[in-house]
Design a protein around this ligand. Structure first.
Ligand SMILES: [Fe+2]
Ligand SMILES: [Fe+2]
Length: 261
């Protein structure tokens, strides 16, 4: 039977697929950490009060990168190169979503508009991250090898999402509402396509490593296309709504350490 649980179980059970999964995850998290770190450094003077929260966001993502690398190390595996077609962050950047790395590498202050774009983009990608981690916790929250790390990451992703809602609502009230709505919509529609393409690419690699029969790979690909159709038809709207979160000030204070790793 094909279920998210059985699929992920197969990926975890084989060293080769686990190695690829953790390498892709670690690389995405580390890129997110770097981006947030740069944005915190370049935040405009008028939005200075946001900088500590952006720094904290970056510190959390760096920590997630270390957690995935620690999971590899525990199994005495090294990270493997990430195939470009599975690089979610890079593909989003190529579609012009979020802030370009080239811009972040420069030592020029960002504008208020840049920060509005960054937060809107994050609201969409953090929704994906939070949903995925919630799914992993549901099935593997008690797993002896992975449970602790994924529960910790899931809790952080929920914080990141809450923070995006809270800050965007504040910026909308300050007059950025139209830009926010436009960027949220553009980001969500681009993200669901990138997510589909990356899912297909990851599953193709996993299927190859696990020698899945053609029918199984075809069924999985059909599932990924069906999810995209659902998201394209209206599922994407869950990524663009804004409501005040129960957790306020979710990123105030330093990142929670991960001593066990
Ligand atoms: Fe993360
Ligand atoms: Fe996050």
């Amino acid at each position: 039977m094909l279920s998210a649980r059985s699929l992920f179980q197969e990926i975890v059970d084989s060293d080769e697929t686990f190695q690829l999964f953790c390498s892709i995850a670690a690389s995405g998290e580390t890129q997110g950490g770097w981006e947030n770190g740069r944005i915190a450094t370049l935040v405009p003077e008028s939005m200075r009060e946001l900088a500590p929260r952006i720094t904290r966001h970056g510190a959390d993502e760096d920590k997630h990168g270390r957690l995935f690398n620690a999971l590899l190390k525990k199994r005495r595996l090294d990270p493997v190169p990430v195939p470009p077609e599975t690089d979610y962050t890079m593909l989003l950047e190529q579609r012009g979503i979020g802030l370009a790395h080239e811009k972040l590498r420069r030592d020029e202050r960002l504008t208020e508009h840049d920060i509005v774009v960054y937060l809107s983009h994050s609201r969409v990608t953090e929704q994906r991250a939070a949903d995925q981690m919630e799914m992993l916790v549901k099935h593997f929250g008690d797993h002896p090898e992975l449970g602790k790390a994924i529960r910790m990451i899931s809790d952080d992703e929920a914080n990141h999402l809450a923070y995006c809602h809270e800050e965007l609502l504040r910026l909308a009230a300050a007059g950025h509402g139209r830009t926010i709505q436009r960027v949220l919509r553009e980001s969500a529609l681009a993200e669901i396509r990138v997510y589909r393409d990356v899912s297909l690419a990851v599953m193709a690699h996993m299927g190859h490593l696990l020698r899945w029969p053609k029918a199984k790979s075809a069924a999985l690909a059909a599932g990924i296309h069906a999810l995209y159709a659902y998201e394209r038809l209206g599922g994407w709207r869950r990524m663009v709504g804004l409501r005040m979160p129960e957790r306020r000030g979710a990123l105030d204070g330093p990142a929670t350490p991960a001593p066990a790793f």
